[in-house]
Design a protein around this ligand. Structure first.
Ligand SMILES: [Zn+2]
Length: 117
């Protein structure tokens, strides 16, 4: 994990690159120039949040087994699955490990705490 100063510098470099790619701010997208810039920044921030969540979800460690939320027996890892969740910034596609319980003969996702069918 980078220090906060390193992180700040890295974000500034990424934003410089992004600003160059995006070009001039369309002032019609806000009540004034500042409003338009902030609207664009919010839109980009939401897109970054969605993409960061998707990428981080793919890197989460997965175990060979997880306890079934219904019978508490060991379920076996089957595959990574994608599904859409509603995050604070709107819909986000995440990857998560799917397990199969041989007792219940059902797939489950440990992150669901047993409410997935
Ligand atoms: Zn089970």
């Amino acid at each position: 994990m980078a220090t906060s100063e390193e992180r700040k510098q890295r974000i500034a470099a990424l934003v410089s690159e992004l600003a160059e790619v995006l070009g001039d701010v369309d002032e019609s997208l806000g009540d004034c120039w500042l409003d338009a810039v902030e609207n664009q920044a919010i839109e980009i921030g939401d897109a970054v949040s969605v993409e960061l969540t998707r990428q981080v979800s793919q890197r989460r460690p997965r175990e060979k087994e997880a306890n079934c939320p219904q019978c508490n027996q060991a379920g076996h890892y089957r595959q990574m699955r994608e599904r859409e969740l509603i995050g604070r910034r709107g819909p986000v596609l995440i990857s998560e490990p799917e397990y199969f319980c041989p007792c219940c003969r059902k797939a489950f996702f440990p992150s669901d705490a047993g409410d997935r069918r």
